[in-house]
Design a binder for this molecule. Structure first.
Ligand code: EPZ
Length: 411
């Protein structure tokens, strides 16, 4: 099965098209909820977007407004990614301050620290944050207290048109950051060091249009590998960058899953019963926090006890209570979940609290005895394209219950 382009690469890349008045062509865009939200947001800001068969054609001849609506920021935190491009292109950016979400407080202090270092005045009033540059932004040295992915991306997009050189120390190394840097360079930017902790940007006067294909979605790929492993099944994925999944593949192998990679193809075959292993989420290249919930679903039926430690977000165990409703035995101790493997899960009505928790419940529903009904599937639709159809194509017994926003599974 072919893996889609990465949601978390497409979102900053679509925001980056605001940096030029020229035409950009982005191929292979997954039409999932979050991407459609970004489509609507940049259109409101002035982007003219034409969707053709294989690609989106975008042009922002002029920015109509520098304000990202709170409604859209509230719908999708990643909307904050338009601030960097707006600040670089128009000298100002306003956005509704994103609230917290299911997995944590999600502050944007590091984004704002970066904008301020580049010369913008930051103010906050009535729930809106405003960044205003008097004249052109000036390159600066910025140290990120945490290698935040979207803070790195937002600062990158602000710095590419600044006067002079910017260095971002302790930058995020995620593949999606590298993909954004590659896209910016294809537009004439001069970014180096992306994918390492020290990124350098030589500001340029303006950027031109570009045609680009974003990288495949490593989290979507990882989710399908885990689903196959949990059901003792087999899956072959195309359009994968195995390097981007090194930590996930290593953990799958520790859990007894046979994983073979060849070029952009990855094949996984689950064992009769997975073995327990320990997982600790870390910034890339560590084990991705977005895979923590789906991987926990796999370990709930493993032979033995696993310890899963979440170090990136402070509240990313919302799926635990739901998995326990299905018979999983999990104790939370601070940042760790102690998962005592059980023979079988049993189907039950459960609720998805966020995108990846939803994915975990899908994996659990696939292996549970009896029927599982998942409510809150709009969370799942934000990040997984045609999940039901694609799982059915792999032999899963799953259907979307029309009208009722939930997915149903038989064993
Ligand atoms: C990105 O979110 C991803 N989203 C997340 O994926 C992913 O889970 C996360 O990176 C970690 O890999 C997109 O790329 C659109 P962070 P981001 O800033 O950038 C703290 C999904 O499921 N922090 O790296 O928001 C923050 O509180 C989503 O697709 C600050 O303190 O994550 C958190 O503890 C969920 N101040 C930690 O950094 C800041 O200014 C990591 O957050 C920013 C972040």
């Amino acid at each position: 099965m072919r893996v889609s382009a990465a949601k978390n690469a497409v979102l900053p890349i679509l925001a980056a098209t605001l940096l030029t008045g020229d035409e950009c062509r982005i191929r292979d865009i997954p039409e999932i909820q979050d991407v459609l939200t970004m489509h609507r947001l940049i259109e409101l800001l002035g982007a003219e977007i034409r969707r053709e068969e294989e690609e989106w054609v975008l042009r922002t001849p002029a920015v109509l407004t520098s304000e990202a609506s709170y409604d859209l920021v509230r719908m999708m935190r990643a909307s904050i990614l338009v601030m960097g491009p707006l600040l670089a292109r128009t000298g100002q950016a306003v956005a509704g301050l994103p609230g917290g979400c299911a997995i944590g407080v999600r502050p944007i202090d590091l984004h704002l620290k970066g904008f301020a270092a580049l010369g913008a005045e930051i103010s906050l009033s009535h729930g809106r944050v405003q960044a205003v540059a008097n004249g052109r932004l000036r390159g600066a040295h910025i140290y990120l207290d945490y290698p935040s992915v979207t803070a790195t991306e937002n600062i990158l997009m602000a710095a590419v048109l600044a006067e002079g050189t910017t260095t971002i120390e302790n930058a995020a190394e995620e593949p999606e950051v590298v993909d954004l840097a590659n896209f910016l360079n294809s537009m004439g930017a001069r970014v180096s060091g992306a994918g390492t902790r020290l990124v350098r940007v030589e500001g340029v006067k303006e950027l031109h249009g570009s045609s680009y294909t974003p990288i495949p979605d490593r989290i979507e790929a990882g989710t399908f590998l885990v689903a196959a492993a949990a059901t003792g099944g087999w899956v072959a994925l195309e359009n994968v960058v195995p390097d981007h999944l090194a930590a996930v593949i290593a953990k799958l192998r520790e859990a007894g899953v046979a994983v073979e990679t060849e070029g952009d193809r990855v094949v996984a075959e689950g064992p009769a019963r997975p073995s327990a292993t320990n997982v600790k989420t870390l910034p890339y290249p560590g084990f991705p926090t977005d895979m923590q919930a789906p991987f926990m679903a796999l370990l709930t039926i493993a032979q033995g006890t696993s310890v899963i430690t979440e170090t990136v977000f402070e509240n990313r165990f919302r799926h635990v209570e739901e998995l326990k409703r299905m018979g999983a035995r999990i104790d939370i101790e601070g940042p760790s979940a102690i998962v005592h493997g059980v023979e079988r899960l049993t189907g039950a009505p459960v609720t998805a609290s966020d995108l990846r928790a939803g994915a975990a419940l899908v994996v659990a529903g696939l292996v549970a005895e009896g029927e599982t009904e998942i409510a809150g599937v709009h969370h799942i639709d934000r990040g997984y394209k045609d999940l039901v159809e694609r799982l059915r194509s792999l032999g899963a017994n799953i259907e979307r219950v029309s009208g009722v926003p939930s997915l149903q599974f038989e064993e």
